[in-house]
Design a binder for this molecule. Structure first.
Ligand code: FAD
Length: 534
């Protein structure tokens, strides 16, 4: 078979991940199914944010053949075991964890029911996983020697997004991916919706069989040329701008590296804190209609404290929504060109990973792309909706009334219909595994997905549970004190103290003897420099 020509336009993390992944999966063991090329502009900057990941990234890294330690060294990487949510419920510094791991006892896991029937004196997340305590102690999820702590601790990474794209570029080009540094200035159509070639500022004309639009929010091919609609989701997620600041450890090293992201709710959104091997980064994700640029900067700087004073803060505007179809004709949009749901659960890079994996799985060996596009679009649309519901849920369960923003996010029109149907059902029956097999709930509206002219199943987008499982939903719901009143009615207001099962307590007790501090591990294994605490 003659290899199919794939041209990726855009060299951010989405473009380079697609290039390296497609090349690794389609061209291995003597096969050559795709000739992959990537063109990126030498002067349109990458977005440069996107530093927290979820564990699914492990699949992409191992498929490309990236060694974990080398990866950590190249991207200033650290481990991420959880997100700690602070001040989301009442705005008074209270916190809960969404950890990646969950201890389950077989055959039937009754730990959630036990917690619901208890007095909630211990946070839910601490009763199902040792990782919240491990995060509080700033320990690594790894040991120096042989692993001796039972089930391994799941984790993802924090990383420098620009270095990640550069590292992938180096790997992909060393394996034969062709790289052009040039600006696409024109897109030439073959017929109907098929692209024939792109033309560049330096006078190139590059043909391909498949074009991948990774041009970020510019969406050069999918929107500017093909006119595919952007489905706006800002009525459910109000944030549309971030303000980012970074403080290098040379200037201030706190003496530890947290093995988790922190997300602290503030007046008109929330602030991330992400630790790397050489700096801490903060970003205030906010709704521009609720806070001015000046007020946002003042608030972020007050949060970071005087250590941030010498450093500039950068505004990053964004839009929340998704492409009605991300694969049209022979053009597939991946990354921000395909959509973006705000970064609260670190799903941006994940969605690029998913699209790259799905494109490899639905790779067009022939010219009949329409059924492949239909299936790809359905999977991607479902996953966007799943993430949209999940992020929407973090906001709408708040009890905060201290600012207009927090009063607004609780209003019924700010909760999307699918999520509302789930919450209504779960107020009658706590969420359980069955809800992630059949995701239709009483009262859920039926809004079919676009058919693209093809026959078949166009049911409403569903929560596929593909990325956020029952455990993730429980972590947020019960972190936000969901079902407290209902439990009072079902089980009586006077309930026994919460207990932590032995398996978890044992792990928490032994963790400090077995797991090194996160920074010690990174210094010894992953090349982190030695900074004196300041
Ligand atoms: P970009 O990085 O914008 O790259 C676009 C590319 O297209 C560039 O190479 C540019 O040069 C090129 N280009 C543009 N026009 C042309 C042209 N005419 N010709 C040739 N090339 C062109 N995701 C996470 O997973 N975790 C996070 O914590 C996270 N935080 C985020 C915070 C914010 C505030 C935002 C906005 C996003 C965040 N994301 C996060 C998402 C993440 O940043 C993106 O998913 C990721 O960076 C991928 O971006 P991209 O490659 O699609 O676009």
């Amino acid at each position: 078979m003659k290899p199919r020509r794939v041209l990726i336009v855009g060299g951010g993390s989405a473009g380079w991940m697609a290039a390296a992944y497609l090349d690794a999966v389609l061209n291995r063991d003597g096969r050559r199914l795709a000739d992959v090329s990537l063109i990126e502009s030498p002067d349109v900057p990458r977005i440069g944010v996107g530093e927290a990941t979820i564990p699914s990234i492990g699949h992409v890294l191992s498929s490309i053949g990236i060694d974990e330690i080398e990866f950590l060294k190249r991207v200033d990487g650290t481990y991420k075991q959880a997100i700690q949510y602070i001040s989301w419920l009442d705005g008074r510094g209270e916190s809960y964890y969404h950890a990646f791991g969950r201890f389950r006892h077989n055959p039937v896991d009754t730990s959630t029911l036990e917690w619901l029937m208890s007095d909630r004196s211990i946070p839910f997340s601490a009763t199902i996983s040792a990782q919240p305590a491990i995060c509080d102690l700033c320990l690594a999820p790894k040991m120096f020697g042989r692993w001796e702590l039972g089930t391994r601790l799941p984790y993802a990474y924090h990383m420098n997004a620009l270095k990640f794209a550069d590292y992938l570029c180096e790997i992909a080009t060393s394996r034969g991916v062709q790289h052009y540094l040039d600006n696409v200035v024109n897109v030439e159509m073959a017929d109907g919706q098929r692209i024939a070639a792109v033309r560049t500022r330096d006078g190139r004309r590059i043909e391909a069989d498949i074009f991948v639009d990774c041009t970020g929010f510019a969406a050069l091919l999918i929107e500017k040329k093909l006119g595919v609609e952007w489905v706006d989701c800002s009525r459910w997620l109000l944030a549309d701008r971030a303000l980012a600041i970074q403080v290098p450890y040379e200037h201030n090293y706190p003496g530890y590296v947290r093995p988790n992201t922190q997300a602290t709710a503030v007046s008109a959104g929330w602030i991330w804190e992400i630790p790397l091997q050489n700096r801490r980064a903060w970003g205030y994700v906010h709704a521009s209609s609720f806070v001015s640029e000046d007020a946002a900067e003042k608030e972020l700087r007050a949060f970071v404290g005087p250590i941030g004073d010498p450093f500039p803060a950068r505004f990053v505007p964004f839009k929340v929504g998704y492409r009605a179809k991300s694969w049209v004709g022979n053009c597939v949009a991946i990354g921000l060109a395909a959509g973006f749901i705000e970064p609260l659960e670190s799903t941006g890079i994940y969605l690029s990973e998913l699209a790259a994996v799905m494109l490899a799985e639905h790779f067009p060996y022939g010219d009949d792309m329409e059924p492949l596009a239909w299936r790809f679009n359905r999977i991607v649309a479902n996953r966007f909706h799943e993430i949209l519901d999940f992020i929407n849920m973090h906001y709408c369960l708040t009890r905060r009334t201290d600012t207009e923003f927090w009063r607004e996010v609780q209003r019924p029109e700010r909760i999307n219909d699918r999520l509302q149907a789930k919450l209504d059902f779960w107020r009658i029956k706590p969420p359980s595994q069955a809800d992630f097999e059949d995701q239709f709930f009483p009262g859920q509206p039926s809004t079919p997905l676009p058919s693209g002219g093809l026959p078949g199943d166009h049911r409403s987008p569903v929560d596929t549970g593909g990325v956020f499982t029952l455990s993730s939903y429980e972590a947020i719901l019960y972190g936000m004190d969901f079902l407290r009143t209902e439990c009072d009615q079902w089980f009586g207001a006077d309930r026994p103290p919460t207990r932590v099962i032995k398996g978890i307590q044992d792990k928490v007790n032994i963790a400090p003897q077995k797991l090194p501090p996160h920074d010690v591990y990174l210094k010894r294994v992953a090349g982190m420099p030695d900074y004196p605490p300041t």
